[in-house]
Design a protein around this ligand. Sequence first.
Ligand SMILES: Cc1cc2nc3c(=O)[nH]c(=O)nc-3n(C[C@H](O)[C@H](O)[C@H](O)COP(=O)(O)O)c2cc1C
Ligand code: SF4
Ligand code: SF4
Length: 277
Amino acid sequence: MLILMELNPGKKIDLYWFSGTGNTLFIAKALAGFLGENGFEVNLKPIEASNPENVDLDRTTGLAIPVAEQGTYPFIWDFINNLPSPKTYSIDDADVFVVDTLMLYSGGIKGPIKKILEKKGFNLLGAKEIIMPNNLMKLKNQPDKDKLKMKKGAETAKQFALDLISGKAVWKDIPFYSDMMSSFSKNDSTWNVFRNNFPLKVDNNKCTRCRLCERICPEQSWSYNKEENEMKWLKTDCIYCLRCFSYCPAEAITYGKKNYLRHKPLTANAFSVSKYL
Ligand SMILES: Cc1cc2nc3c(=O)[nH]c(=O)nc-3n(C[C@H](O)[C@H](O)[C@H](O)COP(=O)(O)O)c2cc1C
Ligand code: SF4
Ligand code: SF4
């Protein structure tokens, strides 16, 4: 379906983002940069520290999210589902766009997201998927290939920004099929497979107790146990965003039995939510 609506130049943009290991934040920053160069004011807002009910419908809403399990993380579904409904407030010009990052195949996540937002009464400006380096169960170190993917990703983000501005952006979907595919990521049992088979572990000989993992985890899955002088991982809420694994300065966190590689295109500081509030 062709979407011919343009970004409203008179409106500020709130770009809500979540990024486990940095790919999506890299793209959100690139998109914000290109839109900024074209005169749009873009505020980057971390989904993990935002209340969806407080989203300002008088501004354009952007969503930048990673694909996970052919859908996305459960708390991101919750955020989208709990966005206010422009219909309820009789607002007919609440605009929204979406960008997602993935390594290969999303199962068509744009479709189910479109369905939710359309039902709420948002104007759909466009949705784009951007291929980025893999961050999950990575066994091969391919820095040049990863760099190239990121460069191409930034170029795609630029084109998407231009398409949004000119009204040429589209929001494609595959009805039914994508709904079915994305349903796995909404289901707790999918995440329990990870939690039970690939538990996160800390090597206490390497761990410096700096507690960075605790500070950057979006789900509060890490805590420091004073009596045992150990970091404890609470598996029930972990969503396997792999932020702690990737950015632990001592590389003390592992998951599963293999020696998976860390993907860290940014610095840990980039995820500090206080920077964006
Ligand atoms: C738990 C998990 C599940 C993933 N599932 C998919 C998937 O279904 N399809 C895909 O193409 N990439 C998948 N990926 C790869 C990520 O979507 C991709 O690397 C993304 O750009 C990561 O973004 P981030 O660095 O912002 O977290 C998955 C990664 C993780 C950690
Ligand atoms: S980030 Fe790493 S070194 Fe720091 S407390 Fe967590 S596991 Fe230990
Ligand atoms: S504990 Fe789980 S949810 Fe928290 S940062 Fe690590 S992988 Fe992400």
